[in-house]
Design a protein around this ligand. Structure first.
Ligand code: ADP
Ligand code: MG
Ligand code: ZN
Length: 648
């Protein structure tokens, strides 16, 4: 794809600092050596008693007493007798220097330790008596040496620390400062850049972005006429719709560097880093302009300020403020375009969306059928496809899948084929991959006979109702092979990608959803927990019919009450915009819609009991029944042609 370059430039004075460092280390080492290295010691250490004996023998010419240390010189060179050496070694519990002690070499000077605890009041007298020159000083080490030894390490640490701090402050090369530096990935269009050809289906978004590409290619043309190109463009769309891909394609088309950063990287564990990263990102962009700055997942920093229960994330707010400041203070002479992507435009701080900041929004939709086919084509370029593969059929059956999911589907199909030791991917591999992605892997386990019967009737109920209710989506396949968390499933395919649905369709959908449970009631006289998801979906659908689409008795009122609250804290402060009495009426309407649907399904299935039984029996025998066979069992269904899969 694109080449990735190492981060920012190294500061110019890096070399000078490095040299100082090495100097400093060298001096430290030398100092260490002189202080701690063992010096060649010409002074022979002798026991105090030996020293006294030598004084008495008149063999000591001069001594120097410093603290408890006594050093001095002999008149005649002196060698300790071997026996004495051995005894001293034994005293200090060290092995004798050699197995058979020999006489030590003769020494002209000696050193011994003065017993300070008891003192020796006679020593000076003794020395005088034997005419030894005595020089007395108070301590062994001069005060400044002691001071150095105890305080120097501390001072060094302090110095190092201050130096690090100051280098952080100047934002120069230093260990700490790199925390604050942006780690934007820089894509240079050298290798094979991503272009609009790599993005399929998002035609509306592409044509909107084309303007930005033109601007980056020929800024003069726009300047000459006095036009101001929108600098901040927000790509909005569901996850996996190709927002990141589009941003890279813009850079690829324009042939400019691309600085990309995930907004979550602004805010890491170090407080205060986010704002400096924002600053750094924009500084880098100015250095390499013309360029594209891409902030992915903008909502990670761009959330509405002051939202959230209790905790206020100061760090995030400061980062956002810095971002706002940078967007404002941006010199229009720089040819820089800022792209950002989010799948939650609703949670963004309004200040971000103000004119002059991200004032243009480009919506990246889920792909439509031709779009899906084109995406499948792109992602099967490298895959060996068998002759029976019909990507158009795959595209038709995958409504609602995003580009990323389709890419995954292609790969999954290839994996299935490889696992089965095929050299090319077949159409069946695509279906298997599709089921696997939607529902999870098929379980080979056999469920017990009673459970199978319940599932067979449940799925038959969905299928019969769908088959016989006008306006319901066509059934493509019904199965009782457990997959993922579903024990069985009825696959329906709507006629086309729907954007606007009628009340008749919604009522049919409610009926189909309740068909499973109702079949259990009628055929088995008992009910199971298997309808949990159906009931949840039916309830939520009925509630939306009442509160949003004015299909209940309460009339044409729309309420903002929503199951999916985007950010709880903010919603909670807003509260509900209708009274308790209205809430009760809404609940009544929802109940009524569900009860009516249930009644219709009951009477239908009671009437069609024989078809229900036949289908259930077939399912128990065959496990999976597809559309042609359904037609044989249930008769012709006057339904639109399949287009889309939906699970019930
Ligand atoms: P988003 O940023 O919107 O979440 P991405 O751009 O990261 O999605 O898309 C993820 C992957 O999905 C892409 O790398 C690409 O392989 C595939 N993809 C998504 N949309 C498209 C598309 N329109 N055309 C081709 N590939 C796509
Ligand atoms: Mg993305
Ligand atoms: Zn069901």
């Amino acid at each position: 794809m694109a080449q990735q370059q190492p981060g920012p430039k190294r500061p110019r004075n890096q070399g000078a600092w490095g040299f100082l460092w090495w100097m400093f280390l060298g001096v430290l080492l030398l100092w260490n050596y002189f202080v701690f290295a063992p010096h060649a010691n010409p002074q022979e250490p002798i026991p105090y008693s030996v020293f006294l004996a030598q004084v008495r023998a008149g063999n000591v010419s001069a001594v120097r007493i410093a603290g408890d240390q006594i050093t001095g010189t002999f008149v005649k060179p002196y060698a300790e007798p071997a026996a004495l050496v051995a005894r001293i070694s034994a005293l200090s519990q060290q092995p004798a220097p050699s197995p058979k002690p020999t006489a030590a070499p003769k020494a002209t000077a000696f050193q011994t330790t003065f017993p300070t605890t008891q003192g020796d009041p006679h020593l000076i007298a003794l020395l005088e008596q034997h005419h030894v020159i005595a020089d007395v000083s108070s301590t062994t080490t001069p005060w400044f040496v002691q001071l150095l030894v105890t305080w120097l390490p501390m001072l060094l640490f302090l110095g190092l620390f201050l130096w690090l701090l100051s280098s952080l402050g100047r934002n120069q090369s230093g260990v700490m400062s790199s925390f604050g530096r942006i780690r934007a990935k820089r894509y240079v269009p050298l290798m094979k850049p991503v272009t609009f050809d790599d993005v399929a289906g998002a035609d509306a978004a592409k044509s909107e972005l084309q303007e930005e590409v033109d601007f980056l290619r020929e800024p003069k043309k726009y300047r000459a006429i006095g036009a101001r190109i929108p600098r901040g463009v927000l790509l909005v769309g569901a996850p996996g719709t190709g927002k990141t891909l589009l941003a890279r394609a813009v850079a690829g088309e324009a042939g400019v560097p691309f600085l990309s950063l995930n907004a979550s990287e602004f805010v890491e564990m170090f407080v205060g880093v986010g704002a400096s990263r924002v600053r750094d990102l924009f500084r880098q962009a100015r250095e390499i302009a013309p360029a594209i700055v891409f902030i992915d997942e903008l909502d990670a920093v761009g959330r509405r300020r002051g939202a959230g229960v209790g905790t206020v994330n100061d760090e995030r707010e400061q980062t956002l403020n810095q971002l706002l400041a940078e967007l404002d203070g941006f010199d229009p002479r720089y040819d820089i375009i800022i792209l950002a992507a989010t799948n939650r435009p609703d949670v963004l701080d309004p200040a971000l969306l103000r004119p002059g900041r991200f004032d243009r929004q480009v919506v990246v939709d889920l792909p439509d059928r031709p779009g899906r086919e084109a995406i499948l084509q792109i992602h099967t370029r490298e895959i060996t496809l068998g002759p029976d593969v019909d990507l158009a059929a795959v595209a038709a059956a995958t409504i609602g899948l995003s580009g990323a999911e389709l890419a995954n589907l292609c790969n999954e199909a290839a994996l299935v084929a490889a696992r089965n030791n095929r050299t090319a991917v077949t159409q069946a591999d695509f279906w298997e991959a599709n089921d696997k992605i939607r529902l999870g892997a098929a379980h080979p386990r056999l469920i017990d006979p009673q459970e199978r019967k319940v599932v067979a009737y449940h799925e038959s109920g969905h299928t019969v109702v769908a088959w016989l209710t006008p306006g319901a989506d066509a059934v493509q396949k019904v199965t009782i092979v457990p997959r993922g968390r579903a024990l069985g499933q009825t696959e329906q395919i709507p006629a086309e990608d729907r954007h606007n649905v009628s009340r008749g369709y919604l009522e049919a959908r409610l009926a189909v959803l309740l068909g499973g449970r109702t079949a259990e009631e009628i055929a088995l006289g008992d009910i199971s927990t298997g309808a949990e998801n159906d009931l949840m979906e039916a309830t939520s659908l009925a509630r939306r019919m009442v509160t949003r689409w004015g299909m209940g008795e309460i009339g044409l009122l729309a309420f903002h009450a929503d199951e999916q609250q985007p950010f709880l804290g903010y919603e909670m402060t807003q509260g509900r915009d209708y009274s308790e009495a209205t809430a009760a009426r809404i609940d009544g309407d929802v109940e009524r819609l569900l009860a009516q649907a249930h009644e219709r399904v009951r009477s239908l299935l009671t009437k069609e009991r024989s078809r229900l039984d036949t289908l259930a029996a077939t399912l128990l025998r065959e496990e999976t029944v597809d559309a042609p066979e359904l037609e044989r069992i249930l008769g012709a269904a006057t339904l639109p042609k399949p287009d889309v899969v939906q699970e019930v």
